[in-house]
Design a protein around this ligand. Structure first.
Ligand code: UTP
Length: 233
């Protein structure tokens, strides 16, 4: 018998900039792994992990060497898979220690056991995009995007101290924002991936944006309780 409770799936996207900040990373990853294991026992849970600055560093070197955009994406994917492997190993069985490399593989693994942890899949998007595609494919109850800011803001809070958090936003408005702020280049940073926003907007899966280092708040968002951050609905 599969080890997964018959409940709707949840998808969590951990940004690479949250995974590794250089500050208390080991303690954070230990607690994150505990949380992922705990929530994954209650409900089918798929977690994607980003590559962050490590991916950007290698993409930068590759770009200076004149590698193609596809090769740069592949380098990014390898770094996300390295991160996924670290988290998966700490979470332990039934999570496969070798992260699935395609959406189909991830969906299949999730039928056999939860949680499942993976990195990127193919060139052309980010791990947020993978999380979005998985959420659509799994008809997930919700997607939680754990990132390095505590909410979506009306202006860049690093440049404008008067920027205000947006607590709720509609899918069409959010899509517009994402398209205005990113053009899909390898290693590019914005709160969400274009492909992901387009896919999620179509099926309107409730999505939460939370600060990934606040684990109690992240757990609330995963469990569908009230949380601090931004809700896209
Ligand atoms: P990330 O998901 O880490 O993207 O993938 P990011 O925008 O840098 O996000 P943060 O900072 O971790 O939150 C790193 C790079 O790997 C490639 C892309 O080039 C991406 O920018 N990638 C990743 C893919 O091409 N396909 C994937 O499925 C995943």
């Amino acid at each position: 018998m599969p080890d997964v409770p018959a409940k709707k799936a949840i998808v969590l996207s951990i940004g690479g900039s949250v995974f590794r900040t250089g500050e208390d990373d080991v303690a954070y990853l230990e607690h994150l792994a505990d949380l992922v294991r705990r929530v994954g026992k209650r409900q089918p849970l798929a977690v994607t992990v980003g590559g962050g600055r490590t991916a950007r560093e290698y993409i930068g070197i590759g770009r200076e060497l004149g590698l193609t955009e596809i090769e740069l994406d592949e380098i990014g994917i390898d770094v996300t898979r390295l991160h996924a492997r670290i988290l998966a190993a700490r979470v332990g069985p039934p999570t496969p220690s070798h992260p699935p490399t395609t959406l189909a593989e991830a969906v299949l693994e999730l039928r056999h056991g939860s949680p499942v942890v993976l990195g990127g899949t193919e060139p052309g998007h980010t791990t947020d995009g993978v999380a979005a595609l998985l959420a659509v494919r799994l008809r997930a109850a919700r997607l939680v995007n754990a990132t390095n800011v505590d909410a979506l803001y009306d202006h860049d809070p690093k440049l404008d101290p008067k920027a205000l958090p947006i607590r709720r936003i509609s899918w069409p408005q959010f899509r517009e924002l994402v398209h205005a702020q990113s053009d899909g280049q390898p290693g590019q940073q914005f709160l969400f991936d274009r492909l992901g926003a387009d896919q999620l907007a179509r099926v309107r899966i409730p999505t939460a944006i939370v600060f990934g280092r606040d684990l109690p708040n992240l757990e609330k968002a995963l469990l569908g309780r009230s949380f601090l951050g931004t809700e896209i609905s």
